[in-house]
Design a protein around this ligand. Structure first.
Ligand code: NAD
Length: 360
């Protein structure tokens, strides 16, 4: 690590900081760095201020409820807060929901990112000297923009874009807009594309929390297709550390892909999860949670395999995933067992565990 911005507290505007990854980033910044955080979040179904309880009283933290699509309000907020860094995570993020209702994905992920870029550019143009030199716009995206891999090979920063779902197409569009604002207007951008995250505070519609909570209530564990799809899993706190390394030390104009070197088929994930639950919270009848596995209709257009080669961020920024899939999964299962007060209201609300995205 060089003696750069990392030793100087930064003012960071985080969009989507009440979501899964955003809240992990905010908790990390307030617990592990000297930086100041302003969290701008609309609080859609996916935003949850309960995920910020551990840090909500920090004097370095402030929350504003607002919409990234409201360029005027966002501009006023930037003028008042004077961020050094904008980390843009606000998005519609669930692939299955994008199949049922793509409009919100176009609105938030594409038009909303356009609005953030316009506000950031106007703000940058008003900065001078060191403040201008320090400013970064960090856009958080997904490996799903690269499409699907065969049995071998990895995504790298040079992989061509080939999105397939409305979600990944909307994220790909936003990535292109961000790069265009760098090339055309000189906005100092950083783009990161990460693999599937998992960990504490994950909304229970996503695979790992859905499986944990369904297993605990004795339901059938719904594996899509034959469970052969491969994802490369990244523990969310490792991701928060990676994002911090990127906006502190990354080179403007450069992109970094982030993964935990933890490829698993979905079926292997569910097996590992059942084994962990068997140890940490055994079934009353002594049988394994694996007995609850069932197979359901596959997602339409389901990409076969995603895998990340994170060599660039490892080599250039000195970041490494600290959790293996086994240690990360153990922490995750233990967290859900200990934090029913966080997930119970989401499950009882009914939305969280509904199957979506069968395309009619
Ligand atoms: P999430 O759905 O948990 O959270 C999204 C947050 O954005 C919510 O708090 C929501 O209230 C907020 N939001 C939505 N629309 C908004 C708007 N118009 N204005 C302000 N706030 C708004 O998502 P996540 O899983 O934390 O993902 C964060 C980012 O990382 C997204 O951009 C996503 O595409 C990307 N990403 C996620 C994953 C993953 O595995 N979860 C993987 C790769 C990339």
């Amino acid at each position: 690590m060089t003696d750069t911005a990392s030793s100087k507290p930064l003012r960071i505007l985080v969009t989507g900081g009440a979501g899964f990854i955003g809240s992990a980033l905010v908790r990390h910044l307030l617990n592990e760095t000297p930086h100041d955080v302003l969290n701008l979040d609309k609080l859609t179904y996916a935003g949850n201020l309960a995920s910020l309880r551990p840090v909500e009283n920090s004097p370095r933290y402030r929350f504003v409820q607002g919409d990234i699509g409201d360029t005027g309000a966002v501009s006023a907020l930037m003028a008042e807060y004077r961020p050094d860094v904008i980390t843009h995570l606000a998005a519609e993020s669930h692939v299955d929901r994008s199949i049922d209702g793509p409009a919100a994905f176009v609105e938030t992920n594409i038009v909303g990112t356009f609005s953030m870029l316009q506000a950031a550019l106007a703000y940058l143009r008003g900065l001078k000297g060191e403040a201008k030199a320090r400013f970064r716009f960090h856009h958080i995206s997904t490996d799903e923009v690269f499409g699907t891999l065969g049995d071998d090979g990895f995504f790298t920063e040079d992989t061509p874009y080939d999105p397939h779902s409305p979600y990944s197409a909307s994220k790909a569009s936003s990535d292109h807009l961000v790069r265009a604002w760098a090339d055309t207007y000189g906005l100092p951008v950083l783009v990161t594309n990460c693999s599937n995250n998992y960990g504490p505070y994950h909304f229970p519609e996503k695979l790992i929390p859905l499986m944990i909570l369904t297993a605990l209530k004795g339901g059938t564990l719904p594996v899509y297709g034959r469970g052969a799809n491969v994802r490369d899993w990244l523990y969310v706190e490792d991701h928060a550390r990676a994002l911090t390394a990127v906006f502190e030390r990354g080179t403007p104009g450069r992109s970094y892909i982030i993964g935990g070197r933890a490829e698993r088929t979905n079926l292997a994930v569910v097996h590992a999860l059942c084994d962990t639950l068997d140890r940490l919270s055994p079934r009353a009848d002594g049988r394994s949670y694996q007995d609850q596995i069932g197979f359901v209709a596959d997602r339409p257009g389901h990409d076969a395999r995603y895998a990340i080669d994170p060599s660039r961020i490892e080599r250039e920024l000195g970041w490494r995933a600290q959790e293996s899939f086994d240690t990360g999964l153990e922490r995750t299962v233990a967290w859900y067992l200990a934090n029913e007060d966080w997930w119970r209201p989401l499950v009882d609300g009914g939305q969280a565990t509904r199957r979506a995205g069968l395309a009619g």
